[in-house]
Design a binder for this molecule. Sequence first.
Ligand SMILES: Cc1cc2nc3c(=O)[nH]c(=O)nc-3n(C[C@H](O)[C@H](O)[C@H](O)COP(=O)(O)O)c2cc1C
Length: 330
Amino acid sequence: MRSIQALQPDTVESLLTAAGAAPSIHNTQPWRFHLDRDSQVLEVHSVPERTLPQTDPTHRAQYLSVGAAVFNLRLAAVHLGLRPEARLLPDLTRPGLLATVRLTEHLGADDQDQAPGLYDAIAQRHTSRKPFTGRPVPEPIVAEMTAAAHAAGARLYIPDHAGTRRLLRLTAAAEARNHAHTARTAETRNWVHAPGADSSYGIPVTALGPPDAAGRMPMRDFTGLPPAGRRPAVWFERHVQMAMLWTSHDRRDDWLRAGQALQYVLLTATARGLRTSLLHQAMEWPDLRAATALPRHKRCHPQMLIRFGYGPDGTPTPRARGRTATQPGT
Ligand SMILES: Cc1cc2nc3c(=O)[nH]c(=O)nc-3n(C[C@H](O)[C@H](O)[C@H](O)COP(=O)(O)O)c2cc1C
């Protein structure tokens, strides 16, 4: 094994920019990085100030977000010719340390064969909350997304029409509960800002989508406004194409794996020209989350609903500049 030269500042910057482009709940970006220059280990820490106590009291969604960032980090390392060795929850005495990625040696040309377009998809992917065209996604692309989830240690279930309607109904029920929950609504609204606001976190109001005129598509209303105060409704695709990401256990490392799988699926979809958005509301209520599980699988722990299809690109959201902390956990 060849040891590597000290990482150059622009290499570190590229790694952190890729990691930071990951999706995160409410764009909280709940990660912080620390590079140990001697061992070439990048530590990925959670950030207690950027949690959502109302929406995500167990921190499951935070772990999914960090998992997605770890996936981007690994992908970027390989793209830069480095071999990433990721460990999840490497030190149980440091609960805020969610992962380490050791960059051990330069890759040979044979090691670098990532799925085409996957790295470029990191920058191209944006959540699209707009209506899709409804054009069916070819089966081979769906199979590729399913294989991506599997390769990252999770599963992807593609429901039929009846199954899709059921998942949308459960999401609509969760959305109604969120709307009636004053503290959750206030928390969510805190992460939405006006266009041009000087914020590196949260979601600009311009990245939110319109409500569905048919009332079938329960997109998350981040504003908490009554229907009269919201954007004019528009027609969404009639046949929603969606997937449910699940894991067979539900521990903290499963959540990190699910986050990596989520990002692998989203980037695979993006690289094949699809747009995606996430419907997480049902995952935020234990009974509704349980109701989304596959009935015939005793060990099905739903982690995320992913809507996919062809349509307009999403609006980019801001990111905090990627930088490493000088002290662990700071
Ligand atoms: C765990 C998790 C839950 C999310 N839940 C939702 C959701 O319910 N509705 C939604 O529109 N977007 C959801 N998102 C997408 C984020 O809002 C989005 O990733 C973030 O604002 C950054 O924008 P980007 O994905 O365009 O980079 C979720 C993302 C993650 C990782």
